[in-house]
Design a protein around this ligand. Structure first.
Ligand code: ADP
Ligand code: 5GP
Length: 236
């Protein structure tokens, strides 16, 4: 009997820099099986303990542009003055390995993937408010003050794209956020498998559903207001 090829589920995760995306993605990959992380190509220099082929493939602008010309990218974008891109081969590899694929990409890349893979599940991670985002960026101690200011400005424009995502995960308490992210990933697998769900499985789906846009509207409004204070609120 022929086994149909595995059609990988694609999960897109985006977030303003400093929201805790890398922390959450690392925890997720430890806890969920059969999920491959798509290692992006970038022209930015490695930071801290980053190594080539682990967090990113670090390439020159000329190498990146050659890959664009060869149509090697499923999507690519310029972020903070550097190129970033997802190589097509990762989707093929996930299919061959019978695994799902996790993309950590910015909002521009997410739009491109949503056009090419309409069934992709998209998750937007947000900090509880602007002040906490600034604290996390400072605590990470990776950036100079002016870079932090730039990241905060960019966060304000990125956050405006939240409506394009299926799930909004507000990263307040880390342990809760890890549980929610895991539930989203497991829940999508369970629902798409299309078989009747056990009581435990229904709870997983319900937990993930807590992050659906319709269920986070009130908190979302507070977060958006912290980035774009309403006129006359005196908190600009
Ligand atoms: P990103 O990948 O979104 O840029 P990081 O994962 O590097 O963000 O997180 C930024 C900083 O915030 C790190 O120092 C990280 O340890 C911290 N952090 C992440 N999530 C939380 C959380 N829920 N509560 C407090 N600190 C957090
Ligand atoms: P960083 O330089 O902080 O690792 O990442 C900066 C931004 O680039 C983050 O928003 C990250 O999600 C995004 N990014 C990383 N890889 C890719 C990619 O392959 N494509 C796109 N479009 N964005 C990416």
């Amino acid at each position: 009997m022929n086994v149909p090829p595995h059609k990988p589920l694609v999960y897109i995760i985006s977030a303003p820099s400093g929201s805790g995306k890398s922390t959450l993605v690392n925890e997720l990959l430890k806890k969920v099986s059969d999920l491959e992380f798509s290692i992006s190509y970038t022209t930015r220099s490695p930071r801290g303990s980053e190594t080539n082929g682990r967090q990113y493939f670090f390439v020159s602008r000329a190498e990146f542009e050659k890959m664009i010309a060869e149509d090697a990218f499923l999507e690519h974008a310029e972020v903070f003055g550097n190129y970033y891109g997802t190589a097509r081969c990762f989707l093929q590899k996930a299919e061959e390995h019978g695994r799902d694929l996790l993309l950590d990409i910015d909002v521009q890349g997410a739009k491109q993937i949503q056009d090419k893979v309409p069934k992709a599940t998209s998750i937007f991670i947000l900090p509880p408010n602007r002040k906490i985002l600034e604290e996390r960026l400072r605590k990470r101690s990776e950036d100079a003050d002016e870079v932090i200011e730039r990241r905060l400005d960019k966060a304000t424009s990125e956050i405006a794209n939240y409506t394009r995502y299926n799930y909004i995960l507000i990263n307040d308490q880390l342990e809760d956020s890890i549980k929610l992210l895991r539930a989203i990933v497991r829940g999508e697998r369970l629902v798409r498998a299309g078989h009747p769900l056990s009581e435990e499985e229904k709870k997983v789906v319900a937990l993930g559903d807590c992050c659906r846009l319709a269920n986070v509207r009130d908190r979302l409004k507070q977060i958006l207001d912290s980035f774009n204070p309403p006129a006359g609120s005196g908190t600009a």
